[in-house]
Design a protein around this ligand. Structure first.
Ligand code: OAD
Length: 254
């Protein structure tokens, strides 16, 4: 857990902030039981190859492998809950009513905890759509996690309009971020006076560039991460600890 003086200093900075923005990555969801992408033997990209699972080419080449992998993640998401850190961030809205959460996460744990302005830079796992005509696809029955194996192949459903294959609502490598969401995230971060960065390694652009954008605009940057992150050098304060305990502690110290 982060040291107490640093937590108190962060709480004071947050108290003084008129327009804070939250920026989260996979580490935010780790304590809910969703694996991160990097770091540790259980991280997704240490067990799987992103080029075989997270690109439009991969889906064209081997759609049953890709769809099965994402359905496994959907099934996993259905079994987990927000943790104390998600609830603490949502509670900050009582003080900053327009608080924006910019997230790289494709889960809905911020929303489930009650955060109402959440910008998903990398899409949303459960917002299924047609890979050809892009129409939303609803009514997919996510199988129970215990009936699935990691790496299990599944045939994706077909679009009722054009018969195209259905894909998960995430942004794959090589694809553009959703334009309006990105514009809103940039605007929020340009206008913020404090950026609270939680659980992101800072390895993936353009999302990672948002921290530099905040700094250039004069915002203070507070990082919550138990380990190193490419953002450590950009942070005014680094609270070294897990998101659950640190964010709950920060809320309590306000
Ligand atoms: P990463 O998996 O790259 O980084 C996770 C970060 O969370 C690391 O810095 C960890 O030290 C930190 N961490 C681990 N446990 C934590 C905890 N309990 N509390 C707080 N922090 C913790 O995740 P991202 O930076 O989000 O993209 O990855 C960025 C993008 O890479 C993802 O959105 C995904 C991936 O490829 C797409 O799918 C497009």
């Amino acid at each position: 857990m982060s040291d107490e003086p640093a937590l108190q200093e962060a709480a004071a900075a947050l108290r003084d902030s008129a327009r804070p923005v939250i920026f989260t990555g996979a580490g935010m969801s780790a304590e809910s039981g969703i694996p991160t992408f990097r770091g540790g033997k259980d991280s997704l990209w240490s067990r799987w190859k992103p080029e075989e699972l997270a690109t439009p080419m991969a889906f064209q080449r081997d759609r049953t492998l890709v769809w099965g992998w994402y359905v496994y993640r959907m099934a996993q998401l259905a079994t987990v809950q927000p943790h104390a850190g998600h609830w603490a961030l949502a509670e900050l809205q009582a003080r900053w009513t327009a608080l924006t959460v910019v997230t790289q996460n494709v889960d809905d744990l911020h929303e489930r905890a009650g955060s109402s302005r959440v910008l998903h830079l990398h899409g949303e796992l459960m917002k299924l759509r047609c890979s050809v005509c892009n129409r939303p696809f609803t009514g997919f029955d996510v199988p129970a996690l215990e009936t699935m194996e990691p790496g299990q192949r599944l045939e994706p459903p077909r679009c009722g309009h054009c018969d195209g294959f259905i894909r998960p609502g995430v942004v794959w490598f090589g694809e553009s971020l959703p334009t309006k969401t990105w514009a809103r995230a940039e605007a929020a971060i340009r206008g913020c006076d404090l950026l609270l960065v939680v659980g992101t390694s800072g390895q993936v652009e353009p999302a990672a560039s948002l921290v530099g954008l905040a700094r250039r605009g004069g915002a203070r940057v507070i990082l919550v991460d138990p380990d190193e992150s490419a953002h450590a050098g950009q942070a005014d304060l680094h609270l070294r600890g897990g998101a659950g305990a640190v964010l709950a502690g920060l809320r309590d110290a306000l």
